[in-house]
Design a protein around this ligand. Sequence first.
Ligand SMILES: O=C(O)Cc1cc(O)ccc1O
Ligand SMILES: [Fe+2]
Length: 445
Amino acid sequence: MEKRECEFENLEYQRGFGNHFRSEALQGALPNGQNSPLHCPYGLYAEQLSGTAFTTPRKQNFRSWLYRIKPSVGHEPFQLYSSPSLNFAGVIDKDRFLTTPTQLRWKPLECPEHPRDFVHGLFTMCGAGSPFLRHGYMIHIYVANKSMEDCALANADGDFLIVPQQGRLWIKTEFGKLQVCPGEIVVLQLGMRFAIELPDATSRGYILEVFSGHFQLPDLGLIGANGLAEVGEFETPVAWFENKHCEAGFTIFHKFGGQMFSAKQEHSPFNVVAWHGNYAPYKYDLRKFCPVNTVLFDHADPSINTVLTVPSEKPGVAVVDFVVFPPRWSVAEHTFRPPYFHRNCMSEFMGLISGSYEAKAGGFLPGGASLHCCMTPHGVDATTYENTISATSQEPVKVSTNALAFMFESSLTPQVAISAYNSQQRDAEYHQCWSGLNSHFALES
Ligand SMILES: O=C(O)Cc1cc(O)ccc1O
Ligand SMILES: [Fe+2]
């Protein structure tokens, strides 16, 4: 384990968001001046991975060229993969999803009793849209305790934004290796093959899977050229490969149309010696987020904390936003500082990586989740409300020190996976956190 530890602890990354990167694990492995030479250096195969349509305007066009020992197509036919321990639901159907406007909250999903890897540890919470129509999203939680061995997963339905909450992820990809720790996020886009090793006893986290397109940095508008997530803080792996022949067979899991397929091949898919392009996985440390917020009075909308967004065709309306609630100073005067009571036309799924969330005095735990759908009323619980209005001073305070909460916010209204709704972790008493909100109405103030 010690050797592996250093392998993943001391990884080198390339910095930037959406850059055109060039990376070689062997010097001279990238062809000179063209993408498809008749003979590639080292006898490699050239293969393009297109993350957008060939004809997408240049600014939003994502593709990479991979130079590999054998091409990806060298595998046996895909078969539908079924296993009693597969838990995710990938398409919205009435047998597996229900519709409810009720405020929902879950306690943290528990560690599996039996060994379970990332693929078998996926548990779907909710979603909207369809991977066939390439529009919508799905939210999953993973709980796993075993590394993926001699197998890889590729998602042909959408991009995965993974938010680890507990346990490090050691991720091998066709583009190189990444270590992702709680507090960081990683984006593994459509089609990229990866395998996740779990060096810690249990791993848990959240996944936002988006069918509609790729994540972008939000525009900063009047904020100016700086602030929020800094372009240079996103990290992409450098080329790394293994020339591994696996007699027993290497399994490629391929999530397609909301179902899992598998195919066998005799070689490791992590055989890319060099690559170049702007379509590559990346990670980001949420602790590097530079919050911008109220400095005099009132509560800014949470959109001010957007890290990444997948825009819809409507100006300013996201298919999904990934929003973080980082530690920050709260300084507003004559202001109700915690989140306001509200009803939102967007739907809000929240998770907690560590610490506690400023809107809830209890019940919302690290590893837990909540869902407030379109127009479902919500806000601070009664205890937080009473504590806030009875405080005698409004000195500046550091909120959420050591805490990290986040929200997946969508303009598409989700349906809830029946297995998530029926799970023991769902807090059937959630609504009671608001039952102590008494009237303070008085005709004379
Ligand atoms: O509901 C929530 O807790 C998320 C949220 C936070 C905030 O500061 C303002 C609005 C909002 O929806
Ligand atoms: Fe909200």
